[in-house]
Design a protein around this ligand. Structure first.
Ligand code: ZN
Length: 470
């Protein structure tokens, strides 16, 4: 392995230096000098985190002390929109730099109703693996599972990390087990003398917000759980909780502000426990001597509605379903504490990682690296509501575009199909679609043009590789 590491270092230095020069020539700004020792790269995705419940994004409750401290060492992106309100397409966009209509991975259905990533679509893990990285993925969700193609390019991919069912059975043992496995990953990386890329994802923050230990469940809810059925409160020892999602939400009504507050308090408790898991990951990185030279990205795949638009959960195109936190801690503390106001999207993560490492960004990736790595002019932001149909070409049930002035979206599963909001209407309460048909037409045309471009790009990628989609 040693020769491989040495060759990698040479490739990295040459690549990084040439990347540095290219970026300077194009008038872009690099936040860090070329890395001499390849950094550890951690992409940590906590499922279902809405940005406005995170402390460093202005939330008054102390839900996220670890993440708030991390923000001081990181670049914080203040306006981040996921490309999709669902777990599978959002993560695949992070790992491919492509829109859901191009990579085509939309959702995992137990009855085989899903589409696996086509062999012709390259992933970040594959690229890093080719450049000598040891690649590890740890998740606990089938929505980010091997069957959808998420394991491609990973040397090791496990899908029972921080298991939700395990938390119900024994929270202490599950936490210890997760910490131990993370230690083993770091120790193995040290032994292999390869740089490490780890994609970490867990579901502890997902509804019904009851998986974490009791101290977290009650941190903000306190004695206010009296409206919930006892079966929802007397935990642990109740596996299979995610199947109970619907039953849980049938027991509460968002029209009652007290109950609505209780659900938000449970969500915040789960978020506090998720924050604790971030602390575990960082503690072990520090103990392994890797923290300084780590590119650490903390993000979520989508937000969560707490009844702002008369629904719970996520899978629609309202802002609270899509706005997520994003922190990027660059190696050696570059740009620490900086806040970026420019709106960005989560499909930028793969090209961002490659840019930091000085690796070429393949033309297959549609997204550009995040600022300040690459300075781009403001562009419309698109988000996609994928159809849960695994047959044929990928389809949508809705699509959203946001410009600096307006947000417009259609969604064929809502009573009203078309929505237009002024950018100043951040809670998206006043639908202007009827009053401003010309603006609707303009933005609808923009989404249709983007859909056509995505479909053409997918067709090109599949045809270019000379093989049909699996
Ligand atoms: Zn998710």
């Amino acid at each position: 392995m040693k020769w491989r590491y040495g060759l990698l270092a040479v490739v990295m230095i040459v690549g990084a230096v040439s990347g540095w020069w290219l970026q300077q020539k194009k008038g872009c700004v690099s936040v860090s000098p070329p890395p001499v020792v390849p950094p550890t790269v951690i992409l940590l995705s906590i499922d279902t985190v809405r940005a406005d419940h995170v402390g460093c994004y202005g939330y008054p409750r102390n839900t996220t002390p670890t993440i708030d401290r991390l923000a001081q060492e990181s670049v914080r992106y203040r306006q981040v929109m996921s490309v999709a309100p669902n777990t599978a397409p959002a993560h695949m966009s992070m790992l491919t730099g492509m829109s859901p209509l191009v990579h085509g991975v939309h959702i995992y259905g137990k009855d085989g109703n899903y589409r696996t990533l086509a062999a012709e679509i390259p992933t970040l893990a594959e690229l890093l693996h080719q450049h000598g990285y040891h690649t590890v993925g740890l998740t606990n969700s089938l929505q980010v599972g091997k069957v959808l193609g998420f394991a491609r390019g990973f040397d090791r991919y496990e899908d029972d990390f921080f298991s939700v069912d395990g938390m119900y059975r024994d929270p202490v043992a599950t936490e210890q087990n997760s910490r131990q496995r993370w230690r083993e990953v770091l120790a193995e990386a040290n032994q292999r003398r390869q740089p490490l890329f780890a994609f970490l994802h867990h579901f502890l923050n997902h509804s019904v917000y009851l998986a974490p230990p009791r101290e977290y469940r009650e941190r903000f809810a306190d004695q206010l759980l009296d409206f919930l059925p006892r079966s929802h409160v007397e935990l642990p020892n109740r596996p299979g909780v995610l199947d109970d999602d619907r039953r849980f939400f049938e027991t509460v009504t968002g029209e009652d502000m007290r109950q609505r507050g209780h659900v938000a308090a449970l969500y915040d408790g789960a978020l506090a426990y998720s924050d604790h898991t971030v602390q575990i990951m960082i503690e072990e990185l520090r103990a392994a001597g890797r923290w300084e030279n780590t590119l650490f990205i903390l993000v979520s795949d989508h937000g969560e509605e707490l009844y702002e638009h008369k629904c719970w959960g996520h899978s629609q195109l309202w802002a609270e379903h899509l706005k997520v936190p994003l922190l990027v801690k660059f190696p050696a503390g570059h740009a620490a504490g900086r806040v970026i106001e420019q709106p960005v999207q989560t499909d930028a993560l793969a090209p961002t990682i490659l840019a930091v490492l000085g690796m070429p960004i393949p033309p297959t990736m549609q997204a550009a690296p995040l600022p300040p790595l690459q300075v781009t002019s403001p562009a419309p932001r698109f988000s996609y509501q994928p159809e849960c149909d695994g047959q044929g070409e990928p389809q949508l049930t809705g699509m959203r575009v946001s410009t600096d002035s307006y947000t417009w979206f259609w969604h064929n599963r809502l009573p009203e199909i078309e929505f237009l909001f002024a950018a100043t209407d951040t809670m998206e309460q006043h639908n202007l679609a009827e009053q401003q048909p010309a603006e609707c037409r303009r933005l609808r045309a923009m989404t249709e043009e983007k859909m056509a471009a995505d479909r053409a790009w997918r067709a090109h990628l599949l045809a270019h590789a000379g093989a049909a989609e699996e």
